[in-house]
Design a protein around this ligand. Structure first.
Ligand code: IPE
Ligand code: IPE
Ligand code: MG
Length: 253
């Protein structure tokens, strides 16, 4: 139904450079299964997945993508074993320590969405440093979803809007789609808040609470590769599939 029948082993995808999605969102899935298939501990998959993040970031930036949103830790991922959660919390520290100079070199600016106040202090510090160190970059935005949940985001936005109505700052009838969007965690990405293309790796075909508001008209591309096996070519393949879709937005074409 989605990408499966179009997945070939073709390489060298011819992309229409005029039709590169401005905002690509990726649910990076399959790290654990990648590791288990190699008789390695699950965290080895997360480690390898970090290398994929580097490769895909550079590839997306080179293709002229404006925003790359990566789902790194969901509000539900706290349910995992303590050891795995700890590893995932340490990963941004190692990632940014090593990779910030490359990000700056590629003019990539780091942003984060999600409640990072619940992350360990060291992780928060690494994230804040990366944001500060890349603040002047004017190229692609690399937007990490960390302790992010789409429902949590909607609840927070609703609460903020309700407070504004309660204090008289906002009239109930002024709660428009634009007003709601302005209270979403993606508001700073405007005008590219909504991803045109959403990719999920590892063959799972669900959203797992990612960007529920923003994906109203996104094209979904589900790919069988586990995240550690994903690379720049896989990204091109997903974009190529996107470019062959007919987007109608409820109208006729
Ligand atoms: C994605 O890989 C990374 C995170 C959710 C943090 P998984 O860890 O979910 O890998 P699988 O799905 O168990 O294979
Ligand atoms: C979604 O993957 C979260 C991230 C990729 C960070 P999960 O592996 O947590 O999702 P489920 O549990 O399979 O739905
Ligand atoms: Mg998973």
């Amino acid at each position: 139904m989605f990408s499966q029948n179009q997945e070939t082993h073709q390489t060298g995808y011819e992309l229409d450079e005029q039709n590169i999605p401005h905002h690509i969102a990726i649910i990076m899935d399959g790290n654990g299964r990648w590791a288990q298939a190699r008789h390695l501990p699950r965290v080895a998959g997360h480690q390898q997945g970090m290398e994929t993040v580097k490769k895909v970031t550079i590839a997306a930036s080179d293709l002229g993508v404006k925003v790359l949103s990566l789902y790194a830790f969901s509000t539900e991922n706290w349910k995992r074993p303590t050891k795995e959660v700890k590893f995932l919390m340490d990963l941004p520290i190692r990632f940014f320590n090593k990779f910030v100079p490359d990000l700056v070199k590629h003019n990539v600016r780091v942003t984060v969405m999600g409640d990072i106040s619940k992350l360990p202090d060291k992780t928060q510090a690494a994230v804040q440093d990366a944001i500060a160190d890349t603040a002047e970059c004017t190229g692609m935005v690399l937007n990490f979803a960390l302790n992010y949940g789409g429902r949590d985001e909607i609840v927070r936005a609703t609460r903020e809007l309700a407070q504004k109505v309660a204090t008289g700052e906002l009239a109930a009838e002024d709660i428009t789609e634009d007003a709601v969007a302005a209270h979403m965690m993606t508001a700073p990405l405007s005008p590219d808040d909504d991803p045109e293309l959403l990719i999920r790796t590892s063959g799972e075909e669900r959203l797992s609470n990612f960007m529920l508001w923003q994906i109203a008209y996104s094209e979904f591309v589900f790919m069988n590769e586990h995240w550690p096996d994903f690379d720049g070519e896989s990204l091109k393949k997903a974009i190529s599939i996107f470019q062959h879709r007919h987007r109608r937005f409820g109208g006729l074409k």
